[in-house]
Design a protein around this ligand. Sequence first.
Ligand code: ZN
Length: 278
Amino acid sequence: MSGRAPRVTKTEAIVIRQRRLGDADRIVTLLTPLRGKVDVVAKGVLRSKSRLAGHLEPLTHVEIVLAHGRSLDVVTQAQAVESFPALRGDLDRLSAALYLAELADRFTVEHADATGLFALLHAALVRLDRGDGQQVVTRMYELALLEATGFRPEWTRCLGCGVEVPADEARWSPLEGGVIGVECGARYPGALPIDATALRVLRAYQSLPYEEAGRVRLTDDLAARLEQIMHSLMRAVAERELKSAAFVSAARHARVAEETATAGLDEIRDDECAEAED
Ligand SMILES: [Zn+2]
């Protein structure tokens, strides 16, 4: 008999999602600052007496102790630090938060430092929970996530020639991640029109700190146009990068919220896509 204690790690984490493992266990996907995304096993959480269960719901900021396991680490202790109750009590905010977590999932790799991305997701959850404008929280998070992962979109200078493009003459390419001027249009036959006002807002968002970005006034219609542009961009970047080697590992987990409390939120998200900013 070896008296050796199992190796343990203590870390803070945000719970990204869970999926069932057998009758009583779950695999929990965590975003941690130092180890990036990790899948861990939570044993017995589907039993009524589980002390872990309430601390491992998706979108919980948790302090967790993990025992080193043969394939996956096993949760031995979990203590919720913040559970963001206001956010959970509002379906619009909840679906926005799940979307942010899904992006974190798609744009992080396993077992690699994610200090910056952890801070971004944490800040966005705090802002949604305290009732900040959902549009500005979401758009600023998307832009910061792209920047932090090396996919900063180019909203100002033409992708073809580097010359500044007037907003009302710009076209854009979601796949290439930026705007294209009139002179270079022929080289980007797939480029799309982009709303000039929406483009000006995106330029402002990219250059302003969060607090100032929140002062940009958005009509419902403009908010919907911004959302549509950013969703196209996030989808194009994720699909392109999922094909590259660095994201092979992320791809295995790139499916959205599975069977947990999140079931059905895809429909909700579609319904609220023109969410107003106030
Ligand atoms: Zn050009």
